[in-house]
Design a protein around this ligand. Structure first.
Ligand SMILES: [Zn+2]
Length: 251
């Protein structure tokens, strides 16, 4: 009888303990800023030619040999989040929240040349030490998208005329980026994306000290990794390694 009561008491204690312990772990309030930075679960590994047919004289030891996917060439197009999982991506032209009010292309992932993505990874790493990261607004822009932009906004001040030349975004070596904190919170910058006022240029003397310092920080980090800043827009950077305008690749 006593033993029964004792074991019942013990069970109760155990239940109470578990019941209290479970919710004691800190919540995850900041889990989903924006679209979240979920791991690329279905991240396609870069096209790796299958080398399934093993060597002719396979050793009898049967040691399964892992064949690592070959590293892409610098000029290959890659999905940026496959190589920089912590980077945030919100492509402005994938939806209607851009200066045209129209969706300009129908994909939501950022693609760049592998060589450019490697440089961007170095920027992301350098910013991490300061509690910051990158958010991509635009990356590879197919030439068809440039025609659509021109159709909507035929003003060479704001849009490259595809009849005379494409934006460097169509080379796959150019990104529009801003800073975010590590939990995805926006960092104050001189203007929003595609602000066509004089405040958007790299003369930061006409904006407040904090956004000016943030824009300068972004510019320094990008420049050190090998990007060339565009004078007219604080968010626009091109890899100093230039590639041809791409007409074959489609995200
Ligand atoms: Zn740009």
């Amino acid at each position: 009888m006593n033993i029964k009561r004792l074991s019942a008491l013990l069970s109760l204690c155990l239940l109470l303990y578990c019941g209290c312990a479970a919710p004691a772990s800190p919540g995850h309030a900041e889990e989903a800023p924006g679209t979240g930075n979920s791991a690329p679960a279905d991240g396609r590994t870069p096209a790796a030619p299958l080398e399934a047919s093993g060597p002719q004289g396979a050793p009898s030891e049967g040691v399964p040999e892992e064949v690592p996917a070959p590293e892409p060439a610098d000029s290959d197009f890659v999905k940026v989040t496959d190589y920089i999982p912590t980077i945030q991506v919100e492509l402005a032209y994938a939806g209607t929240d851009n200066f045209t009010g129209q969706a300009i292309y129908d994909f939501t992932e950022a693609y760049l040349r592998y060589g450019t993505a490697k440089k961007l990874a170095a920027v992301q790493e350098a910013l991490k030490a300061q509690g910051l990261g990158l958010l991509i607004w635009d990356a590879f822009r197919p030439t068809a998208a440039q025609f659509k932009l021109w159709e909507v906004c035929p003003d060479p001040t704001y849009v490259a005329n595809p009849e005379t030349g494409f934006s460097s975004h169509s080379r796959g070596n150019t990104v529009d980026v801003t800073l975010v904190s590590l939990d995805g919170t926006a960092v104050e910058m001189p203007t929003g994306f595609d602000d066509f006022s004089p405040l958007a240029d790299r003369d930061y003397s006409d904006v407040d000290a904090l956004p000016a310092a943030n824009a300068a920080l972004l510019e320094d980090a990008m420049t050190q990794a090998g990007f060339t800043p565009y004078q007219g827009e604080w968010w626009h950077f091109s890899d100093s390694d230039v590639y041809e305008v791409e007409t074959g690749f489609s995200p």
